[in-house]
Design a protein around this ligand. Structure first.
Ligand SMILES: *Cc1c(COP(=O)(O)O)cnc(C)c1O
Length: 241
């Protein structure tokens, strides 16, 4: 595919660059959807880690209403300055003892990788009288260095989580191994579709969160419904995470 992109550091990236990047990304997504013969929709999420609020709110004004947060502390420091029109999802690794800080500030948690975390989210959601949407994170490459549930036995966790009244399993999320091998996206699509058909407690899943700056067109090809873009929109970060 003829992926268009702009390659600047976050410091060099101007508002005009963000607008240009946004245009490239939406064109790329449309092209990937077209090639895959998809007529549903893909949501573009702006991943905000290390990005100053002015740039986040600029992206929001361009039309990106969905924000992805990785770090509880950074998020809490910034969120009061976000546009009230933003929808915020938590996408990073989440410790049980931090759930209480974000439970009433986010609309979805993508990174649920065990029943203990699901239980804590359920408990805190109940205290706020809300039902939290969650995604189960799958470690599709089976990498030791990464979080996420193993693809071959995530059902056990899903079954237990589905029993909890104050969470709702909306779908699956993954961060595949680096290198861009499309097979991981194909495996995720299969896992997602099969689980919906086979397990009644997962039949309501409608969200497949996969694809980042380097691989979102491949993810769209294999059915992603949310692509999570940081550096492709705001410029590359000079330190990892
Ligand atoms: C940082 C991050 C992204 C975005 O990564 P980019 O390569 O900058 O687009 C997406 N998802 C998660 C979970 C992340 O931590």
């Amino acid at each position: 595919m003829t992926e268009k992109f702009c390659n600047k550091s976050a410091e060099e990236t101007t508002f005009a660059d963000i607008e240009q990047n946004y245009r490239y990304i939406t064109e790329n997504i449309a092209e990937a959807m077209d090639k895959a013969g998809r007529h549903d929709s893909v949501r573009l999420m702006a991943v905000t880690k290390t990005v100053p609020c002015e740039k986040i709110n600029y992206a929001e004004k361009l039309g990106i209403k969905l924000l992805g947060e990785n770090r509880v502390q950074e998020f809490l420091g910034k969120c009061e300055n976000y546009s009230p029109d933003s929808e915020i999802h938590f996408i990073g690794g989440l410790q049980n003892n931090k759930v209480k800080y974000i439970i009433d500030k986010v609309a979805m948690i993508h990174s649920v990788d065990g029943i203990k975390l699901a239980g804590e989210i359920n408990h805190r959601a109940a205290a706020h009288n809300l039902v939290m949407d969650i995604l189960l994170e799958i470690n599709i490459g089976g990498e030791e260095s990464k979080g996420g549930l193993p693809a071959d036995d995530f059902i056990e966790t899903a079954r237990a989580a589905a029993e909890l009244e104050n969470i709702r399993i909306r779908g699956l999320m993954t961060i595949p191994p680096a290198g861009g091998d499309e097979k991981y996206f194909a495996q995720m699509q299969e896992l997602f579709e099969n689980a919906r058909i086979k397990y009644p407690f997962l039949s309501g899943m409608d969200t497949l969160s996969m694809g980042m700056s380097g691989d979102y067109m491949s993810a769209v090809k294999y059915g992603s419904t949310i692509v999570r873009i940081g550096s492709g929109l705001f410029g590359y970060r000079n330190y990892a995470k």
